[in-house]
Design a binder for this molecule. Structure first.
Ligand code: SAM
Ligand code: SF4
Length: 426
């Protein structure tokens, strides 16, 4: 028997890539090893979007030196956004790594795994999936926001045709998926490179008709590209969840311009207004970068003001770190001190904690539909259509079921509840 271990860090696209790789390896007869030391094949699916993520990958690579020393036959592969075109340099830096694979490009690894396959692929039985699955609908990004390394590492946008995606989702549903999340760095530009130029709204319409699929989500949206047609699709298609991830990044026009985001604070506010008008129960998530080069205290306060005014359900906050090769790293001085970045980050965190606490407190006593994803410390957990994490207790096996939960307790991060007498659907 041969074992593999995949370590993943970074965005949902990396998670989706790792899930696909795991399935392919299992088809070849490999088994997942929970402990990295036991694996014959180790894959690090890396992220370098921020310095902090890169540091964690470097730490892991360092650790693997010892594993390679103790078991020289172990094959180590580095995949994901740390792999650029300078493979020779990477080989020199990490001599214990055998393969360097650009994001999502696992062919070389699969060829090698096949050559060393422990048994014939015919014996593979498709493993049952988790109730939620990711599907990448558009690769790469054409936007080149000045701080972002993604377009350099994941290349230009390439959409997958609607028919292919429908097949992929149907097969996931057959294996037990109830909810799918459509992924792209900018899902709103889905389809512009395909022959009939379909949009995300068309794709949602198509997938909405798949029987036994209960929920559809998508991320990430770009404020400059979100169309009225898409908003209407979310409002009208029953399987599409009321949950939109719309990164604003900053609340000041000069900073937005320096970031190359292509919208103003005012146009972002108007977009949020439109979305909330069309989908009153919508939950909105956003991303914020604090300490972008040149961000003054006043400009940062405008971000605070925007967050206070718009009251997002979730805010993902990052301190700016210069990424080599990006426009910001080349042209702008990273002049906000680390301590000031940390202070700003904490200010946003504290504000958001209060806002989320208030939003979630309003859910007390309401009954919400939860798709059960697993069990932790004796409690079932899952998410509402609005992406709220909910915990509850029940003796029966609820995995993969849609359960009605009455909210009994709330916090900024999660809800606790108890099941209403009947399970809604399976
Ligand atoms: N495509 C999405 C968008 O338009 O916002 C997000 C993709 S990006 C890979 C994920 C998040 O990482 C961004 O929203 C941003 O907040 C953060 N990020 C990207 N580059 C960064 C940098 N150089 N420093 C800090 N955070 C960064
Ligand atoms: Fe990066 Fe901007 Fe593309 Fe998002 S839209 S992946 S932030 S370049």
């Amino acid at each position: 028997m041969a074992y593999y271990h995949i370590w993943t860090i970074g965005c949902q696209m990396n998670q989706a890539d790792s899930e696909q790789l795991a399935t392919s390896l299992e088809r070849l007869g490999y088994q997942s090893a929970s402990e990295i030391e036991k694996a014959d094949l180790i894959v690090l699916n890396s992220c370098v979007v921020r310095q902090s993520a890169e540091n964690r990958v470097l730490g892991k690579l360092d650790l693997l030196k010892e594993i390679k020393r103790l078991s020289p036959d172990t094959v180590i592969a580095l995949a994901g956004c740390m792999v650029d075109s300078e493979v020779a340099q990477l080989k020199h830096r990490f001599p214990h790594v055998a393969l360097f694979l650009k994001p999502g490009q696992f062919n070389e690894l699969l060829e090698l795994a096949k050559a060393q396959a422990p048994k014939a692929s015919g014996s593979f039985t498709t493993p049952k999936l988790s109730p939620t699955a990711f599907v990448t609908i558009i690769e790469g990004c054409n936007n080149f926001c000045s701080y972002c390394i993604v377009p350099y590492r994941r290349g230009r946008e390439k959409s997958h045709p609607i028919a292919e995606l429908r097949c992929q989702v149907e097969s996931l549903v057959q294996r037990g998926a109830k909810e799918i999340t459509l992924l792209g760095q900018n899902v709103d530009s889905y389809g512009h490179d395909l022959p009939d130029k379909p949009g995300l709204a068309d794709l949602l319409q198509e997938l909405n008709s798949i029987e036994r699929l209960s929920r559809i989500r998508f991320l990430t949206s770009h404020p400059k590209d979100m169309s009225r047609k898409l908003i209407q699709a979310v409002a009208s298609l029953e399987k599409v969840c009321e949950h939109i991830s719309l990164p604003v990044q900053a609340g000041d026009d000069e900073i937005l311009q320096a970031m190359g985001r292509g919208y103003t604070v005012q146009s972002y506010r108007e977009l949020v207004e439109q979305i909330r008008f069309a989908i009153p129960t919508v939950a909105l998530a956003t991303d914020i970068i604090v300490g972008f080069p040149g961000e003054t205290g006043e400009q940062f306060q405008r971000t605070i003001e925007l967050i206070s005014d718009l009251r997002f359900d979730t805010v993902h906050i990052a301190a700016y770190s210069a990424r080599p090769g990006t426009l910001a790293a080349k042209r702008l001085k990273d002049n906000v001190s680390l301590s000031e970045k940390r202070r700003r980050l904490q200010e946003v965190e504290e504000l958001q904690e209060k806002i989320a606490s208030g939003i979630n407190a309003q859910l007390l006593g309401q009954t919400m539909e939860v798709l059960v994803e697993g069990k932790k410390k004796g409690k079932w957990y899952g998410r509402t259509r609005t992406d709220k994490l909910v915990f509850f207790e029940k003796d029966a096996d609820c995995l993969g079921q849609l359960v009605n939960i009455e909210v009994k307790k709330t916090s900024p991060w999660a809800l606790q509840g108890s099941p209403k007498p009947s399970i809604v659907k399976t």
